[in-house]
Design a binder for this molecule. Structure first.
Ligand code: PLP
Length: 375
């Protein structure tokens, strides 16, 4: 395991090389995860792996605050959208979906491609979904089987009020299906307490791992709902995967190296303490927003619903988002992101989730400051 001092040395070395990935994922892989993924393979159905998976599942449950299964597939976050649809729903089912950016919109449109009756609760980009608007949409929709909630909209840097939205959905008797891709591991998530039925994420965000894993907490309610699904499935069969997980295994050959990385990253997260990790992200979000505001830049989201894991802002004056990104990358090697959809070239986004502290964010802000003052 890399010690705290070694980790600091590595961070300083990367900073002095002026190399830092500050996009909203993939994020910087924690050094412990980098080392762990170089382990050699072992038989995936042997006793070593069974013991390893048993431990990994326990750590995942802790990180998701649930007693239920947390499943892991080779895949990316998007697979979690599709798996939710094909396992818990049937063609024609009505769902209410939060849409405040490109990821919420994509999940809603995938639902339509699978023949669901999707009722969108659309808000302007940069805004959260207000609970009263969501409640109203649920009432107007009538019989709703499930809600799709984007916990943190990565395209805008907005965090939706998940506990409130989930409570309204539970009152309405629907399944609560949550996209926590850029939220899990960065901000408060109480899967059991908030009665969430499916919480999907990807290894490449706050979990500090390379891309390649889809991780999903699944409730007993969801497992029961699989009985009435109208879709064929094998690889993404949640019931079969949950049965395998109960035996500390996976349905198919697992991506061992990524699981080793995830296990090491979870050790780092749990050693810091989940709540401390959440508080650190909250602090970093405030740090970035206040520094950008001090530079006279306009933020897309206001405090109160601004994300702890990613911040979106407008480049100054006539500068395009891609222009600012490229200038920063050329001058300092730091990679920030542009926007998406209609905002592709009008906003920039900084990721601050996972293995990150103030020094590298200060370096990012400095790199931005140099480019906007050098105009
Ligand atoms: N949902 C959100 C909120 C995301 O930010 C992303 C990716 O950034 C996805 C879903 C899709 O995940 P992936 O690209 O891992 O398939």
């Amino acid at each position: 395991m890399v010690t705290e001092t070694q980790a600091t040395v590595e961070r300083d070395a990367r900073l002095s090389q002026g190399r830092w990935l500050r996009i909203p994922g993939p994020t910087v892989v924690h050094p412990d995860a980098v080392i762990a993924q170089t382990r050699d393979m072992v038989p995936h159905r042997g006793p070593l792996m069974t013991a390893f998976m048993g431990e990994l599942f326990l750590k995942l449950k802790k990180a998701h605050r649930t007693e239920s299964n947390v499943l892991v597939w080779p895949g990316s976050g998007s697979a979690g959208w599709e798996a939710a649809i094909t396992n818990f729903l049937a063609p024609g089912d009505r769902v209410v979906a939060t849409v405040g950016g490109s990821f919420g919109a994509r999940w809603a449109s995938i639902g339509e491609q699978f023949g669901l009756d999707v009722r969108r609760v659309e808000v302007e980009w940069g805004q959260p979904v207000p609970p009263d608007v969501f409640a109203d949409a649920l009432t107007r929709a009538g019989e709703v089987r499930a809600v799709f909630i984007t916990h943190n909209e990565t395209s805008t840097g907005v965090t939706n009020p998940l506990p409130e939205l989930a409570a309204l959905a539970r009152q309405a008797g629907t399944l609560v299906l949550v996209d926590a891709v850029s939220a899990a591991g960065a901000m408060p998530l109480e899967t059991d307490e908030w009665e969430l039925d499916w919480v999907l994420s990807g290894s490449q965000k706050a979990w500090m791992c390379p891309p390649g894993l889809m991780i999903a907490a699944v409730s007993d309610r969801s497992l029961r709902a699989t009985a009435r699904s109208g879709y064929p499935r094998f690889f993404w069969d949640v019931r079969e995967m949950a049965k395998a997980a109960d035996a500390s295994a996976t349905l198919t050959t697992p991506p061992l190296s990524l699981l080793f990385a995830l296990d090491a990253a979870l050790d780092v997260i749990l050693a810091e303490g989940l709540e401390r990790v959440w508080t650190r992200h909250d602090r970093l979000g405030r740090f970035v927003r206040s520094a950008l505001t001090d530079l006279g830049l306009r933020l897309m989201a206001e405090d109160g619903y601004a994300s702890a894991s990613i911040t979106a802002f407008s480049p100054p004056g006539e500068m395009s988002a891609s222009g600012l990104r490229d200038r920063i990358a050329d001058a300092s090697g730091i990679e920030i992101a542009v926007g998406q959809g209609a905002h592709a070239d009008t906003i920039n986004r900084i990721g601050h989730m996972g293995w990150v502290e103030e020094p590298e964010l200060a370096a990012t802000i400095e790199a931005i400051a140099r480019q906007i003052t050098a105009r």
